[in-house]
Design a protein around this ligand. Structure first.
Ligand code: NDP
Length: 289
């Protein structure tokens, strides 16, 4: 029986934000994040307010550009162009998802890469894969930070990342490769998922299916990062793993909520500060002095 420790993302994110606040003070100016919201998707409204609250706590200003659900692409592109040129604005974030009549790739592609604090611009993705300085998307960066709290070295470890989205799975697999892990990426067409997950020293689940990973699918002592956020019929929020079954098997696990989620927002703030400092986010600079 393994003693399972909980990775307290909420507390770790709080301590990280305190370091960020000190870094903002050193800047001598107030960084600014522009958040573009198209439509009134209820979850997006909550996410945006959470980002604003966290930004306020470290001294970052947030301007929210709330547009109607029918706003046309041309107008949004015009706004992005203005924000790209503005000396006041350090970071630009397009709140996803956008309504179906809009093309998220076109809009993200119009954001200046240096201001793309979500790290989704193709130039940032390409740079990140090439190991060049890049804005790196916030959730993978948050997962890496949490892993680094419990695993100072990941060299040679087998990391299995379940999920291959552009937002989470793919960039995280790349970051783990850069940490010298041996990486396996699983997805919906993967055969015999359990055969792979049982080999993982580090198991990341970023799928969005409650209960996908059961206790008998993990190797004793594995470090489990549960990215999934799923709302059950009874209103409870859970991850992709059966949390109770992980206890006594995993050496470390992130809870849902209170694991990866708070770190995602903290990493957004980190990207804004790096943009305001005039250089790209560099994951090697993650452990803030
Ligand atoms: P996507 O829906 O974009 O991607 C899900 C991935 O899971 C896909 O690659 C899909 O495979 C794979 N998948 C689906 N079913 C299975 C299966 N049965 N076995 C293995 N793989 C499977 O989701 P996201 O990556 O955006 O998000 C994943 C989860 O993380 C969601 O619950 C989301 O809410 C949460 N999330 C949490 C964040 C946080 O801050 N904590 C931030 C972002 C997301 P395929 O490619 O073949 O379709």
């Amino acid at each position: 029986m393994v003693e399972t420790k909980i990775i307290d993302g909420k507390q770790i994110a709080k301590e990280f934000r305190e370091k960020l606040a000190k870094r903002v003070q050193k800047l001598g100016s107030t960084p600014k994040l522009a958040v573009l919201v198209v439509g009134e998707h209820p979850a997006s409204q909550i996410y945006v307010q959470n980002k604003k609250k966290a930004a306020d706590s470290v001294g970052i200003n947030v301007d929210i550009y709330q547009m109607s659900a029918t706003e046309n692409e041309e107008n949004i592109l015009k706004l992005i162009a203005e924000l790209n040129e503005s000396k006041e604005v350090d970071g630009i974030l397009l709140q996803l998802p956008v309504p179906a009549h809009l093309n998220a790739e076109t809009l993200i592609g119009a954001i200046k890469p240096e201001k793309d604090v979500d790290g989704l611009h193709p130039q940032n993705v390409g740079n990140m894969v090439s190991g060049l300085p890049a804005m790196i998307s916030c959730t993978p960066l948050g997962c890496l930070y949490l892993l680094k709290q419990v695993l100072p070295s990941m060299t040679g470890m087998h990391a299995v990342v379940v999920g291959r989205s552009a937002l989470v799975g793919k960039p995280l697999a790349q970051l783990l490769l850069q940490e010298d892990c041996t990486v396996t990426q699983a997805h919906s067409k993967t055969r015999n998922l359990a055969d792979l997950t049982k080999q993982a020293d580090i198991l990341v689940c970023a799928v969005g299916k409650p209960g996908l990973i059961t206790g008998d699918m993990i190797k004793p002592g594995a470090v489990v990062i549960d990215v999934g956020i799923n709302r059950l019929d009874n209103g409870k929020i859970v991850g992709d793993t059966l949390f109770l079954e992980m206890l006594g098997k995993a050496s470390y696990i992130t809870p849902v909520p209170g694991g990866v989620g708070p770190m995602t927002i903290a990493m957004l703030l980190w990207n804004v500060i790096k943009a305001a400092e005039g250089h790209y986010s560099d994951c090697k600079d993650l452990i803030l002095k």
